[in-house]
Write a protein of this length. Structure first.
Length: 269
């Protein structure tokens, strides 16, 4: 079970500055783009100020807010994009950090309107699952949080059409690593699909194993990427799409088989 522990105000501000510096150094943002927030109590967060580069922030610039949008500490204004952070916290109780950036490769998929879901990397399946594109929304309006709301419960990374990417997690490092993984995965997918012109996809059985691994890590979100059933008969080169339900059914069968084997061995569960 994941232990919930909030950062202190001091730690939250310090780590937001550190992660801001990293997303700037990694070219995930340009100029004053991007924003970061960390939950420090069930109803309060610290977040980045508007109009400041993420590479040049100091802890005293941070803004403390309630989830209803009221500012309770800090001398600056929060980014107008904080609305989507607040929505994620309100919809997902387990979320304690949100990162928004414009990483160039992942954002290119957001511009093209292509979901990042092709299962080519085990790490991406475990860490990201399926990354859908939320419909385009005018920046800084309530349309932006509204566009992601239906996706919050089942995912922890989304692309914002013609805009950028949003990741969230149980702590700031989980949210940040998801952003890193997202860009890395988008880059690998582009190289394999568009430069080498060949991408061998993981099949449904391989994906079932990875989803089982992800469940053991206590991660219930992320969704299941679409996959193909491996050939039963190699002579017939036929594959068919397997639904999410079939993948779940595979996991259930595998777990049941293991439980029966364990009982037959006389072991306890
Ligand atoms: Zn943005």
């Amino acid at each position: 079970m994941y232990q919930k522990k909030y950062y202190s105000d001091f730690e939250a501000k310090k780590w937001i500055v550190e992660i801001g510096n990293r997303i700037y150094q990694k070219n995930f943002v340009a100029a004053n783009d991007g924003n970061i927030s960390v939950r420090v109590s069930p109803d309060t967060i610290w977040t980045t100020p508007t109009g400041v580069s993420k590479g040049f922030m100091t802890p005293d610039m941070m803004v403390k807010m309630r989830l209803d949008g009221t500012i309770i500490a800090g001398n600056r204004k929060p980014s107008s994009e904080v609305k989507m952070h607040l929505r994620v916290y309100r919809e997902s109780e387990e979320t304690n950090a949100v990162v928004h950036a414009h990483p160039p490769m992942a954002t290119s998929y957001a511009i093209a309107g292509i979901n990042l879901e092709k299962p080519v990397s085990p790490e991406a399946v475990v860490l990201l699952g399926r990354v859908p594109v939320a419909p385009y929304a005018t920046p800084s309006t309530e349309e932006v949080p509204d566009s992601i709301t239906p996706l919050i419960k089942d995912h922890h990374a989304v692309l914002l059409a013609n805009h950028g990417a949003l990741t969230w997690g149980r702590d700031l490092f989980e949210a940040y690593y998801r952003m890193e993984s997202l860009e890395h995965y988008a880059l690998m997918l582009t190289y394999s699909t568009n430069i080498l012109n060949k991408a061998n996809e993981l099949n449904c059985n391989q994906i079932s194993d990875l989803i089982e691994m992800r469940n053991k890590m206590g991660i219930k979100t992320g969704g299941v990427p679409p996959c193909k059933v491996p050939d039963q008969n190699p002579a017939q080169n036929q594959t068919s799409n397997q639904t999410k339900e079939q993948v779940i059914q595979n996991i259930v069968e595998k777990v049941t088989r293991r439980v029966i084997e364990q009982l037959q061995k006389g072991g306890s569960l």
